[in-house]
Each structure stands twice: as C-alpha cells, then as structure tokens.
Design a protein around this ligand. Sequence first.
Ligand SMILES: Nc1ncnc2c1ncn2[C@@H]1O[C@H](COP(=O)(O)OP(=O)(O)OP(=O)(O)O)[C@@H](O)[C@H]1O
Length: 631
Amino acid sequence: MNEYGRRGLRSGSSAAHQQRQYTDNFINTTSSSNGQWQQSAGLQHPQQQSYNTSSSMDYGYYNGNGAQASRTYNNSRNISPQMPVSGGTSLFAEPLSPPARHKKLGVGGGDNPSDFSPGLLDLHSFDTELISEVPVTRMHNASLNGDPYYENSKQNSINRGLSDKEKGSSVAKIKVVVRKRPLNKKELAKNEEDIITTESRSNCLAVHETKLKVDLTEYMEKHEFVFDAVLNEEVSNDEVYHETVEPIVPIIFQRTKATCFAYGQTGSGKTFTMKPLPLKASRDLLRLMHHTYHGQGFQLFFSFFEIYGGKLYDLLNDRKKLCMREDGSKQVCIVGLQEYKVSDVETIKDLIDRGNSTRSTGTTGANEESSRSHAILQLSVKRSVDGSESKPAKVVGKLSFIDLAGSERGADTTDNDKQTRMEGAEINKSLLALKECIRALDNDQGHIPFRGSKLTEVLRDSFVGNSRTVMVSCISPNAGSCEHTLNTLRYADRVKSLSKGNKKETVNVKESITQPEEDDYDTTEEFYEPRSKPLSRNWNPDDDLNALLKEEEDLVDAHRKQVEDTMNIVRVEMNLLVEADKPGNQLDDYVVKLNTVLAEKAAAISQLQNRLAHFQKRLRDHNVLVTSSGL
Ligand SMILES: Nc1ncnc2c1ncn2[C@@H]1O[C@H](COP(=O)(O)OP(=O)(O)OP(=O)(O)O)[C@@H](O)[C@H]1O
C-alpha cells in the first residue's frame, strides 16, 4: 500500500483491472456553495428541470418539471455535470425524463443523468471549437502576479514585466521535464544503488550504468542528458507544479489548449507526480476567474475519463462507456462524457477522488498498484460570446492532464497472463503513437497520425493550433531499473529534440560512453530503433522486424564466436596439459588456470544465451504489438 492508500488487490494471477482509492491530503478550501448545473455540451440543453439535492456528493433527487429543458441542481458542492446528450438539432426541445417524476441521481445506482438516451447524433451541437476571439476587460493583469502564493513562485520572477501576449509566447510549445524519484523501501532493503546523478542548475542528468565486458570485468558507462528541467528526488510536488503547469494557466484564458502528461516506467512516480497538478491548476484557474476576470462570464468545467484497452470510460459516471466522434472541422467530441461545472476547489477535489477511485489498476512487477489505463482529466474554461450566462458557453481554452499507463518492457510482461500482455501491447502502441504525433506536429507535417491510437485520437484537439505540451518523464533511480530509465530518457530526448528551438542544437542527448558500446541498437524495448537510423515518420512493423532480425544475427554471431574461441582455448590448453603432465611440471597450476579460463568462457556463453532468450521474448512482444495494432 503506498501513501495514497491504494487498494491493490489482485485476484490470483489475473491482472484484471482494479479500483484505486486515494486518501491523499489535498489543499483545503473553505469555499463551498450552492451550485447550479446545466446540461449544455451535447446536442440538447435540458435547462429547465430543477434538482434539489440533499447530500453533498450524491446528486440527489430532482424534480423533473417539464418539457422545457433547464435544470437547476442545488448541490452543496457546486457539482454541475454538463452532459452531452444527443437528441436532434433543436436545442431545449426534448425533456430528459418523464415530467414530474422524482429520480435519484448520483453515484452507484439509481438513475443518473447518463441514463438518458443518446438519441441522434449531431456533432455540430458540441462545443468543441474554441470560441472566437472576444474582448475581455481585465481588472488586473491576466496572470497570477500579485497573488501572494504566486509571487513566491520562481516562474513569476521570470514572467514579471512581460505582457500577457509575451508571456503566452514565452511559454515553450513543448517542454520536457525529468523527475527522479527517491529509492523506495524495497530498493533500500535490497541495498540497491542510486545510479542517477542530477545537476538541476544546468538541467543535466547522468545515468551510471554498470556493464560487463566479455571477460566479465565490470566497467561504468555514463549516459548524460540535458532537458528543459531536471528535478531530483528532493523536489516537492509544489515545485513540480511551478516548473510545469503554472506558467500555462494564464494562457488558457487566451484560447490555448494545453496538455501535461507523465511518462515513465511502471512505479516510477507518474501518478505521484500527476495527481496533485489538476487541483493546483484548478485553484489558479479559479483565482484568475474570480479576480482577474471577475464578472467576465468565464466558467470552469471538469471531466475525467480513462482509456482502457482502446476504449473510453467515464470515471465520473459509473465507468459508462463513451464513444469518440469527430465533427466536420475535425474537432474531437466525446459523446456522453459528463462535464461538471465547478466553481470551488473542494468540489474539484471530490471529483478527482471519485474518478481516481474508479480507475483501472493492476499489479506489475514494479508497482503493486499500477495504472493499466490512461486517465485523462480535463479542465475547460468556457465563456459565451457576450459573456452572459444565458447564451451557450463555448470553450475558450482547455488544460488536459494525462496519467499515462506504466510503460513496461514487453520482456517484463512475459510471465503475466494474456490480459496483462494485451494491456501492455495496447499501452505500448499508444505511447508509440503519441511519440509519432508529437514528432509529426513539430515537423509541421501535413499528416499527423492521430489515428494511431485512441489516446492520440482523443488528444487531437489538444495538439493542434495554439497548443502547449508539457511532458514529465519519471524515472526510478535504482540500478535494477537502469534499462527502463535509459529507455524513458531516450523517449523524452526524442520528444525534446522536436521543439523548434532545439532543432538547431541537433542532438540534445550527449551519451558519453566510457567504453565502446558493442550494441548499435537502441534498447528502447518498445520501439527497437537503431540509434543511428533516421527517425521514421510512421511506425513500420517491417522496419522493426528487420532491426530485430539484424540484432538476432549479431547475437548469434557473437555466440558462435565465443564458442569457437572456447574450443580453440581447449585445443591449445589440451596440448599444454599433455606437456604439463610430465614429471617435474606443475600440472595443478595448469588445471586451475584452464578451469578459470573455461569458467569465464562458459559465463560469457551463458550471458549470450540469456540475451538470446531475452531477445526471443522481445520478438514475441513485437508480434503481439503488430497483432494488436492490426497492422
Ligand atoms: N517523488 C517521489 N517521492 C516520494 N515517493 C514517490 C515519488 N514518486 C513516486 N513515489 C512512490 O512510488 C510509488 C510508485 O509511484 P506511482 O504509483 O506514482 O508510479 P507510476 O509511475 O504511476 O506507476 P504505474 O505506471 O504502474 O501506475 C508510490 O508508492 C509513490 O508514492
């Protein structure tokens, strides 16, 4: 059980998804007031039914009072689901439920808003497009400056003195941050070494990998990387927020869609890193709404869903299955997703807790309660054209937080059951697709392969136009995770090198190798890309297969060479033995020496055999990946 108090139960060897429960302390706010909610995001705006709730989390009982569509939920927590309910193009036309009938809404049972028939789908009714530029009067500068909390932040000092526009443009389009977690109890108990050194001021990080030469002597290989920010194990979640999301918050009011996601090996701290960010961002968004943009008609909406096995589930609506559609202008609509209008942090905290408790988790070798799904939490700032509440609100900007499922090497999942392996293949496929999209976007390619996975399809609108992306790469410090860590850093490095500014620097990574590397191939298990090969635009399984076959050939050659060497040694030594086995000679010395040499050779051969076996697993994983991707 980790500090979040997760429930990590696993039935038998099955990795069937489980529920995660958090008991973490969030920032406390005292604000809690009656709320109103209206359904407006969908095809229908059912706005005239009054709901009176008696409990704070239960959306309670309501009085469905008629054919006119207007709902007012009096909820003690300002939770306002704004639900896309389809039903033709005429807004406000259809009642959502039989009139004058009391229904109980809420979590777990009874009727809930999502039970209403989706009806016909009219994608034009979704408010997916950003609102066109509308003038807003500002009471203060549209930033968090002046706020006592924000004044303390590092970012503030950087931004101070810049206009809003300058601030917006000063926020990098893609920012890659690396966070190293401390050694955990298990690793400390095993006396595992911390192999990562960081230099936060210069944003440098080095991985010290212990390697064995063929003669079994050890040598140290040092891999150095430079990122936009390097956060070591002492860095708090507050500092992570300052470094990642805080600079983006003000520009969400300036028609920006931003995405923050954590990437890394299972158990490396993605959830630990991502979990506090939405609440901190909500607090700042609300602060701007209530102070800087007070009276301007901005509204904040909250939604939370997951992608598991390529399918979408609403985490705030009993895991209701959702479907994704694109409208004529290629805007993404998630049909049936409940959006909650929120106006206080406490409500958001409740919603986050609720969503997290229904997330799919499982057990992996490195994390007893591993996220087996991608969880996407979205905060949308909306406003009607004239800022009044009577007109439908349209999206001004959106901040998406993605807690990606743990990236496990295929090789690590071989002992798992079919479901876990298929989950792994699906996860790897989506991570690969994500990387391909970021690459293509940065190259200004006409075609962005969003359709590569459900994850990238869903995120399409967060990556195009005026978008910002922050990737937090989480790494484990222990020697046992070295290979995973290098894979994560190489992935991050590729994303980093996408950003226009960095292209001039050509290669971001400076992997200084103290011993020649015999392996020409990047050991990124998911992708198997030869290091020297130019990065392909689109993943081609045949390329991967060819790389794998080449690797196999190299391994078999190395193995054959070792065996031949050993045979030669034996032949030579046998002659020497015959010589040594003569009166007066030191036969025992020869035997000892020969045994040592042969033992070394046997170890080298066995090491190669292990690598071959490991390789075979990877080949099988490749097949799973190809099969699951339908290529
Ligand atoms: N920076 C950190 N400081 C202290 N503890 C941490 C840190 N990062 C992670 N941990 C702890 O390590 C464990 C694993 O972290 P977490 O669940 O966030 O990993 P994950 O990358 O989300 O894993 P998965 O992908 O399998 O879901 C948790 O117990 C968490 O509390």
